[in-house]
Design a protein around this ligand. Sequence first.
Ligand SMILES: *Cc1c(COP(=O)(O)O)cnc(C)c1O
Length: 382
Amino acid sequence: MVSARPAVQALPAYRPGRNPADLARELGVDRAVKLASNEVPFPPLPAVVRALSETAGETHRYPDNGAAVLTAALAERYGVEPAQVVPGCGAVMLCQQLAQSFNDPGTAIAFAWRSFEMYPLLAQVAGARSLQVPLVPSLPGGSPDTHDLDALAAAVDEDTRLVFVCNPNNPTSTAVRRAELGRFLDRVPETVLVVLDEAYREFVTDPDVPDGLELMRGRPNVAVLRTFSKAWGLAGLRVGYLVAEDPAVADAVRRTHVPFSVSMLAQAAAVAALASEEEVGHRVAAVVAERDRLTTALRGRGLEVPDSQANFVWLPLGEPTAGVAAALEARGVITRPFAGEGIRVTVGTPEEDDVFLAALDDVLPGEPGARPDDVRPGAPVG
Ligand SMILES: *Cc1c(COP(=O)(O)O)cnc(C)c1O
């Protein structure tokens, strides 16, 4: 019998999230609401749909392995050189490439925890140690939900090659500010690559939250990770990008690129999306307005909800988390629970979020009368 590497056997088996169509059928309702994966609730941009149909007739050919047109468009948009830009098959693949390019077995990757689920898994596959630094409360007496950058800097040891700072942090939605992140970058040795994972950058509204691409300037050990999956609405096409201050970092990441993994359709769609930035901006503004309404509605129910800088909110429910998520699912609302910690809820349309709020009222004990007046009762599911 063959056997996989122990590190691979120890990986958790992939558990797909509930599919809303299946759940709706099972519950006998018209429609289930999926607020689990931080997608935007809009259909693809019209320019993206056009680009996809125009490109479809060329897909008997391999894509451009260097994604030159997309790379040039990104470089132009963000005011960097093409040599600093690396498109990838989703930002997750770039995370994996980073570990492959910088971590020999026995080295270490440092990151806050809880944060993006991918980080410990890619460390494990690379044979690298995970240095996990617990989150701390952003508010006195609150739940741990934000980066402890002093502790993260202190955790970096001589084996550390890579540090991920997820800003805003998935799943807790909080963001670190310019001054503290700058101080952190000053402290990390220049032999350690710091990757600012800014998958949710477009949703940031606090002016004190830095743009990683600006903070990166003059720091050759810093790179920024972004994606077309969230604000730009291309989750199904798989395209993200890394921008590195030092072209040598970008070159190292390019060397572990899986050939042709950024498809021709993904490249064309991303270029079209970039050209539709104004429309994306309107969509992001709608998500941000709805995020604020949802946050207010949840706080009005007496729940602790940190200030979100992303397109999701975090409910640090602790022990009841799994039970609450299961009860929501039984009411046709799919969220993303982290057992024992909290539930991450993607900002949906106002209608979807009302369905979620109504289901939550049904599930959580409490005074419905305590709700603020501006919260409409949710439509019943189905
Ligand atoms: C969603 C997400 C990504 C990457 O998404 P892709 O779809 O692979 O581009 C990366 N980092 C974080 C923190 C995310 O939440």
